[in-house]
Each structure stands twice: as structure tokens, then as C-alpha cells.
Write a protein of this length. Structure first.
Length: 183
């Protein structure tokens, strides 16, 4: 007799362009009673969602040169009840707001523990006890946020965003390649 109660297991779609990260996180989630399907491309993630109808999804913001926001939008249209988490190393206020508007239930920055990820996916309400920041956002962080917002407004098109910012494309690429500035 199977000792694993498959009725208690939930299905989860994990989409991140880092195959090693997918493998490690998938193993950790499988140990916590999830059946995990992984993809390193948006199109494959969409196919897996259609084939397996997951209960949860964890989606990276940057998947190659594509935006995970597009996948959040498509998955939400397919299944409005899907509990999605945007997980990123390139967090910004504008992408967090858009992820939630498009259907994600939470937005976490990397690195995040497996427990934090599971808690975020399963939490039903917001947390009013989260304290506001002690200091205003730094000028460097404001610049980074603005670049992200303009890039988002131009659907990830770096050339169009650079024109809108009156900036050379290579300069914008260089600025975007840097990690977000910590406050």
C-alpha cells in the first residue's frame, strides 16, 4: 500500500530560467507534499499548466529575455483560482503591483526560504502588521525603480524604453544588468 496520501498532495508549476534553481526548489517542495512540474521557458510553463491544472504556481519575473508577468496574466485568464507567487531577484515596486493586479497572490524576492514561499502561496489575507520603511527610498533605488517602470510600460523592449528615457540602449542595458539597489 502507498504510504503517501496522494489526495493531500497539491500540484505546483515552477517556472524559472535557472534550471539548477528549479531542480533544487522542486526537490524541497516535493518533500513538503507537492507534485512539482518545472519549466525554464514561458511557453513550456503554459503547456504544463494546461496539461496538469496546478493548484499553485511559482513564476520568476525574468525568464530569459521574457517577463514572467505575461505568464501570470495568461495563467490567471486560464484559471482565476490558481494561487500564483512571483519570485524574483529583480524586485521593484512597479512589477510587484503589476504582478498582483495580473493575478499573483504574493510577490517575494530571492533568496526566499521554502517555508516563506509556501506560507506566501497559502496565506489568504494581507498582513497589516508589516511595518512601513524607516527611511525614504534612496535616489539610486528610485532611479532603478523608474527604469523598471518604463521598461514595463514598453513591454520589456529595451530599445523602446531607452528612447522613452532619452538614453542610449547600451547604457540602459548596463543599468538593468545590475542588481536592484538595497535601501
Amino acid at each position: 500500500m502507498n504510504t503517501n496520501n496522494t489526495e493531500d498532495r497539491k500540484t505546483l508549476l515552477l517556472v524559472d530560467d535557472d534550471a539548477t534553481f528549479c531542480r533544487v526548489l522542486a526537490k524541497a517542495l516535493e518533500k513538503r507534499n507537492f507534485d512539482v512540474f518545472t519549466a525554464t521557458e514561458l511557453a513550456i510553463g503554459l503547456e504544463l499548466a494546461a496539461d496538469h491544472h496546478p493548484d499553485y504556481a511559482i513564476i520568476d519575473l525574468r525568464i530569459g529575455h521574457e517577463s514572467g508577468l505575461k505568464l501570470v496574466e495568461k495563467l490567471h485568464a486560464q484559471n482565476p483560482g490558481l494561487r500564483m507567487l512571483m519570485l524574483t531577484g529583480y524586485a521593484s515596486i512597479s512589477t510587484a503591483v503589476e504582478a498582483i493586479k495580473l493575478g499573483a497572490v504574493h510577490y517575494l524576492t530571492k533568496p526566499a526560504s521554502v517555508e516563506d514561499i509556501i506560507n506566501a502561496l497559502q496565506r489568504e489575507t494581507g498582513n497589516a502588521a508589516v511595518p512601513p520603511a524607516e527611511n525614504p527610498i534612496s535616489v539610486k533605488r528610485l532611479e532603478w525603480e523608474h527604469l523598471q517602470k518604463v521598461l514595463l510600460e514598453h513591454d520589456g523592449n529595451i530599445s523602446a524604453a531607452a528612447r522613452a528615457l532619452n538614453m542610449h540602449r547600451r547604457t540602459l542595458q548596463r543599468k538593468l544588468a545590475k542588481r536592484p539597489v538595497k535601501d
